[in-house]
Design a protein around this ligand. Structure first.
Ligand SMILES: C[S@@+](CC[C@H](N)C(=O)[O-])C[C@H]1O[C@@H](n2cnc3c(N)ncnc32)[C@H](O)[C@@H]1O
Length: 285
């Protein structure tokens, strides 16, 4: 072992994990207490404790203490709207090629889970959201989990994305009921080469989005679903877990290209099924 982890500080968020692998998030404040049916853990016992330490409650229950990862944060954070799950967030960040300074239009922002993933990867995010309570919740969650400096790269506007997009962006990332309504606005607001990505719970929404993409200047269109299956691993009992999150949503992806699409064009519209291997040319698909 290379040594104790960085000690927890006042104001920090700590994840407390019990023997049944239940996770709890607490923000450390002197004098406060974490209550469970197995007794109390005093925050003062956690402040200054190295990450990864065990802590014991007043009723002798032991807990592991860790800093939450981005995945833990998103699963444990307060939410109003349904969040996008980490398995899909990871794919979105890679598919949309999010990195420092990339200008993203995101709509709607909901609870801000996707915003947090995009900002953590370094993007500058403008969010369009029609509900004020969600806009406030998203800003609050971003500040809570990434710190106030992240708000310099996060601008949420109370507006309807179906009515248009202002300015110029490099990515358009959508989690709203009718993404196909935003496709014409993305064609005007996004630079060529930019990526549109729509997360939709239903394949019917994905298909309607693809129909609209197919009549515009779009290439590399694909719709994928991320399957995430955990395994039970205990001695010789090694098998898939009985329960899994069987379905969350579909990711529909496309790149904006110049000019109008032409029927039968080798790259535009609905030609790619996403099965192309790296290095394969459009004509080989
Ligand atoms: C499922 S939530 C988004 C969750 C978010 N991706 C997250 O990870 O936390 C969908 C959001 O879209 C917003 N919305 C729906 N239609 C919209 C529109 N036309 N323009 C802007 N926001 C819209 C809703 O108010 C809601 O907050």
């Amino acid at each position: 072992m290379s040594g104790p982890g960085r000690p927890f500080a006042e104001g920090e968020r700590v994840m407390i994990v019990d023997r049944k692998k239940r996770h709890y998030l607490v923000t450390l404040a002197p004098g406060n207490q974490f209550h469970t049916h197995k007794g109390v853990v005093r925050h003062d016992d956690l402040i200054g404790l190295p990450e990864g330490s065990w802590v014991t409650s007043t009723r002798a229950e032991r807990y592991v203490t860790l800093r939450p990862t981005l995945e833990d944060t998103i699963l444990l954070m307060p939410r109003g709207a349904q969040v996008i799950y980490p398995k899909d967030l990871g794919a979105i960040v890679l598919l949309a090629d999010i990195g420092p300074g990339v200008r993203v239009l995101e709509s709607g922002v909901g609870s801000g889970a996707l915003s947090i993933a995009l900002l953590r990867a370094g993007a500058d995010v403008t969010g369009y959201e029609i509900r004020e309570d969600f806009a406030n919740r998203a800003r609050h969650n971003v500040e809570e989990f990434l710190g106030p400096a992240a708000l310099d790269r996060y601008h949420v506007e109370l507006r309807d994305c179906y009515e248009g997009i202002d300015g110029t962006v490099e990515r358009v990332i959508l989690d709203l009921p009718e993404p196909w309504q935003v496709v014409p606005h993305a064609e005007r607001a996004m630079v060529t080469g930019g990526t549109l990505l729509a997360y939709t719970p239903s394949i019917v929404q994905a298909a309607r989005t693809r129909e609209r993409l197919a009549v515009g200047p779009w290439a590399e269109c694909k719709t994928i679903e991320i399957l995430h299956r955990s395994w039970h691993v205990e001695g010789d009992a090694v098998r898939p877990d009985h329960r899994m999150v069987a379905h969350t949503g579909f990711l529909t992806y496309a790149r904006l290209i110049a000019g109008e699409s032409v029927a039968g064009d080798a790259v535009a519209g609905d030609v790619s099924d996403g099965s192309a291997q790296p290095g394969s040319s459009p004509s080989a698909r």
